[in-house]
Design a protein around this ligand. Structure first.
Ligand SMILES: Nc1ncnc2c1ncn2[C@@H]1O[C@H](COP(=O)(O)OP(=O)(O)OP(=O)(O)O)[C@@H](O)[C@H]1O
Length: 208
């Protein structure tokens, strides 16, 4: 299975952000997205995840194959750590949350309400959700924000083992994760900001 992107153009708030992107990500591989602040990495990931339509081009992978890890952790505040994972496991039709708890060192926190976790613990729980999705393609936006060095290591290990098991990962990050990966710098694909699009792409922001 592969994610193929051909001639993709994406917009945010009615303004074109990136144009003419073409790349392929095959299972068993990691692609790191680089680019300065505001260059369009989040906009690209949102588009690939099916949260907004592209301006132009083709995305060759159904959104159902994708697990999207956004900036926000997306936790249910009043549910415990284990209940959060069980909730998402049911949504995605999987059952076993133990590997996800173990991978992100959450076993000792399993009965704690999500709202009572520290920022880094919340982020670990947000990332643990990836493991219960059962989805092959992980699209991750700055996944290591708030993580200490040990937790960054746990995350990198999770990505390595996901990819070794036939998954793939596309990760926007400003730090070196120590992963064997290709890099895609989006900077050369920046669109002309003076050429507004007429496609209404801002309407769906309230729902994502
Ligand atoms: N909600 C929004 N409405 C309108 N424009 C937005 C919105 N969010 C981001 N933008 C603009 O879209 C452009 C691309 O932003 P995007 O978040 O995709 O960049 P990024 O590469 O992910 O940045 P960062 O490294 O800071 O996370 C920027 O010019 C930004 O100001």
């Amino acid at each position: 299975m592969e994610l193929t992107v051909e001639g993709l153009s994406v917009a945010r708030g009615g303004m074109p952000v990136l144009e003419g992107l073409t790349f392929t990500l095959t299972t068993g591989n990691i692609l790191i997205l680089r680019g300065p602040n505001g260059s369009g990495k989040t906009t690209l990931l949102r588009t690939l995840a099916g949260l907004q339509p592209p301006l132009a081009g083709r995305i060759g992978l159904p959104p159902e194959a994708i697990a999207y890890g956004a900036h926000a952790d997306g936790l249910k505040a009043t549910l415990s750590v284990a209940e959060n994972l069980t909730f998402w496991a049911r949504v995605y039709g999987t059952t076993d949350i133990e590997p996800a708890l173990a991978q992100f060192n959450l076993k000792g926190l399993r009965n704690r309400a999500a709202h009572s976790l520290s920022a880094g613990q919340k982020r670990r729980l947000g990332l643990a959700r990836l493991l219960v999705t059962g989805r092959r393609f992980w699209l991750l936006d700055e996944p290591t924000v708030s993580l200490d060095q040990a937790s960054v290591g746990l995350f990198a290990d999770a990505v390595r083992s996901h990819v070794a098991g036939g998954g793939a990962a596309l990760i926007a990050t400003h730090i070196d994760l120590g992963l064997a990966a290709e890099t895609l710098d989006v900077a050369p694909f920046r669109a002309d900001p003076d050429r507004p699009t007429r496609t209404p792409t801002a309407f769906d922001e309230a729902f994502t």
